[in-house]
Design a protein. Structure first.
Length: 427
């Protein structure tokens, strides 16, 4: 079959420039315009990269019109309902779901790698008491690069895997330390007898000596339903192709910097309210709205072009029909609201916002639907997780995606240092 091409015409001169089409296995194909500047003397202009593919990738596929999300070809619904987060991590890292023995080995490896160097722990003393956990988490992950400096020069599969498993295993420990530092309470070390997700809840909640909260009725244990809910949230966040934080990770990778510094940069990019920081803002906003009666007033503010107020947890650059992750969490929330103990007032406000927005022309015309952050905050609140830890939880889930994308970047011979151009309009 002959190579498909695409031709661009300069309407001033009539000159034509022809470029090869790069076929996608799913979704839109691309046009290889790498020589466009050399050929035409012009730059393409695409702020926010709304029409620009920066790489070929085999990791995650999103069809924003259909509301479809797949990791390594497997639909997110299958992964979220039939597989664990660790299986999903293995899939993202290696391209296939693990057999039973592979999963056991992977799980044990992560448990044993979950400890951090004591020197890293001491870093937290330098931060102010009320430091946001995202700030300490990002700093501590950057500092981790000095403990594993050898990862700067890796290029073999076994070395990539070791580097990736190390960061995936340590992120929950560092995140829990960040939280405990922000509360001024002693750090709890990982317990290798506990699974990945249970261990994180344990490091957040336990008292020194490893005891959980004790009441007259006895010791509170971590309930399986809580582990399952958080595990599902991790899976839903595990990767999301070339979003802002992943693009940041790839950009830092392109300069040849240490992989953990790239992850730290990804954490910083995720923190913003337009990205992963939205989950914290959703609950703040629901609390600010306060009651169902106030919802109309805030919907009007969100629609007012002169008011910067936005409904947090609504809208997405890619999903223009529904966010499949949000649908999974909504079902989860509706089915388990009693068992999980969801805040009924906040749920009522959220349901009312959703009901109005889904039937309002402003939101319909702009294709604004609830995104994952709209629902994750309610579930995390029910798990007793404080708001400041919502985005760190996103980080825990997403680290596997970032590091898989970092590895893919390193193996891609087409990749160059990221260096966009500009159209100068100054004096
Ligand atoms: N509330 C009210 N209006 C909105 C919202 C919102 N949440 N989101 C977009 N709009 C409006 C804009 O005002 C704009 O209207 P206009 O055409 O009349 O000017 C139109 O919809 C398009 O908005 P853009 O900002 O151009 O859309 P973009 O694709 O660049 O932004 C984004 C997507 C950043 C997610 C945006 O919808 C937003 O800010 N949402 C709230 C924050 C949020 O929930 N972020 C989490 C995203 S999911 C994630 O990162 C995990």
């Amino acid at each position: 079959m002959s190579q498909k091409t695409f031709t661009v015409t300069n309407d001033q001169t009539g000159e034509k420039y022809t470029y090869p089409v790069i076929e996608a296995t799913r979704g839109p194909s691309g046009i290889d315009m790498r020589t466009f500047y050399k050929d035409s003397g012009h730059f393409s202009f695409d702020p926010g990269f709304t029409s620009t593919a920066s790489c070929r990738s085999e990791i995650t596929f999103i069809d924003g019109e259909k509301g479809e999300l797949r990791y390594r070809g497997i639909p997110i619904e299958t992964l979220a309902t039939e597989h664990t987060y660790l299986e999903t991590c293995y899939l993202l890292l290696t391209g296939k779901l693990p057999h039973r023995d592979e999963l056991v080995d992977f799980d044990f490896e992560l448990r044993h790698r979950s400890f951090v160097h004591e020197g890293l722990k001491n870093l937290f003393d330098a931060f102010p008491q009320d430091a946001h956990p995202m700030s300490t988490l990002s700093s501590a992950v950057a500092a981790l690069s000095s403990f594993y400096f050898e990862h700067l020069t890796i290029d073999e599969e076994a070395e990539y895997q070791e580097m990736a498993r190390r960061i995936i295993a340590k992120i929950p420990t560092i995140a829990a330390f960040s939280y405990r530092h922000s509360r001024g309470i002693p750090f709890i070390y990982p317990d290798i007898g506990r699974s990945f997700t249970e261990n994180f809840l344990y490091m957040m909640r336990a008292y020194p000596g490893g005891k959980m909260h004790i009441t007259k009725e006895g010791e509170n244990t971590i309930r399986p339903i809580e582990i399952e809910a958080l595990d599902t949230i991790f899976t839903l966040h595990a990767d999301h192709e070339q979003n802002a934080s992943t693009t940041t990770v790839r950009s830092v990778a392109s300069t040849g910097a240490h992989p953990y510094v790239a992850i730290s940069a990804g954490i910083s990019a995720l923190w913003g309210r337009a990205h992963g920081g939205a989950n914290e803002s959703v609950i703040e906003q629901l609390k600010m709205i306060g009651s169902v009666e106030n919802v109309d007033k805030f919907i009007a503010k969100a629609k007012d072009p002169d008011d910067p107020f936005r409904l947090m947890g609504f809208g997405h650059r890619v999903y223009k029909n529904f966010d499949p992750r949000a649908q999974i969490l909504k079902r989860y929330q509706d089915n388990l609201k009693e068992e999980l103990g969801l805040d009924s007032n906040l749920m009522q406000i959220a349901s009312r916002i959703e009901e109005i927005a889904l039937n309002d022309d402003y939101f319909i015309e702009r294709k604004l639907y609830p995104n994952i952050d709209f629902y994750s905050g309610l579930i995390l609140t029910a798990l007793g997780i404080p708001r400041s830890m919502f985005t760190p939880i996103f980080v825990i889930g997403r680290t596997v995606g970032w590091i898989s994308q970092w590895i893919e970047f390193k193996k891609d011979s087409d990749q160059k240092i990221v260096r966009p151009r500009q159209i100068y309009t100054g004096p």
